[in-house]
Design a protein around this ligand. Structure first.
Ligand code: PEP
Length: 248
């Protein structure tokens, strides 16, 4: 059976009460998902501990939106991979376009985070994507290749741990302008080839960027796209339900 991954990035959209009530709705609605659907929620750092129990009780995984690569220390405002592990996380988003472009996160820092996440037993979900300008200048492939290479070159990947990549073109994230599914498929195949060449492992590749109820089925029912990473629409129960229900 073709497994599909539906990952919900709640970004900084919900306060603690809103996170708790959306988690309760998710838990109630999705507690009996078929085995071929894997759901994960990435709440804010603030709400992580409030939502983890109801979600995990419903077999929904919980991940972190970001981590610091040092285990413990004087890093005001940061939360480490080790801390998330101790709190029950399974996944961590790394190099999300909002981290790279609003907070100037570099490929080098992404690599530091990937290594820290692996070392504590969590699974990184590495986000890659080109800006609109890079695409216009025909540099999309080159940019993605550099991001992939710096995340995975010479890495020792733990036995049995899946490699997750999210192709999230920067110009599509949060803009209402999704990437054409045929083009997303082309980029996914390019990413797959490169990750296999670097690691010998076939990655799970998600598409992210303005996935909505009215376009989700084009990504979720494409055999070359293993699932979706959704921001805005995942913070709305009805939209998320319709996205999940579009899996055939
Ligand atoms: C995201 O946050 O990863 C994302 C793809 O956002 P949106 O769905 O809002 O474009």
């Amino acid at each position: 059976m073709n497994k599909k991954y539906v990952f919900a990035n709640w970004k900084m959209y919900l306060d603690n009460d809103e996170s708790l009530s959306l988690a309760a709705e998710f838990a109630n609605e999705f507690k009996n998902l078929p085995e071929n659907i894997k759901m994960a929620v990435f709440p804010s750092a603030l709400s992580f501990l409030s939502v983890i129990k109801p979600l995990q009780d419903a077999q929904i995984s919980v991940g972190a939106q970001n981590v610091h690569w040092v285990e413990k220390g004087g890093y005001t405002g940061e939360v480490s991979a080790h801390m998330y592990k101790s709190a029950g996380a399974e996944y961590v988003l790394v190099g999300h376009s909002e981290r790279r472009h609003l907070f100037h996160e570099t490929n080098h820092q992404v690599r530091e985070k990937v290594e820290a996440i692996l070392s504590v037993g969590l699974t990184p979900v590495v986000c890659v994507g080109e800006t609109g300008k890079e695409r216009e200048e025909n540099k999309a492939e080159e940019v993605i290749e550099i991001q992939i290479k710096s995340a995975y070159h010479n890495i020792v990947w733990p036995e049995g741990r899946d490699i997750f990549v999210a192709y999230e073109p920067v110009w599509a994230v949060g803009t209402g302008t999704p990437c054409d599914p045929v083009e997303a498929e082309r980029m996914h195949n390019l990413i797959k080839k490169q990750v296999v060449a670097l690691t010998g492992i076939t990655p799970v590749i998600l598409y992210g960027g303005s996935v909505r109820p009215d376009n989700a089925q084009k990504y979720l029912n494409n055999p070359d796209i293993n699932g979706v990473l959704v921001g805005g629409a995942s913070a709305n129960f009805q939209h998320w339900k319709e996205i999940v229900e579009s899996i055939e």
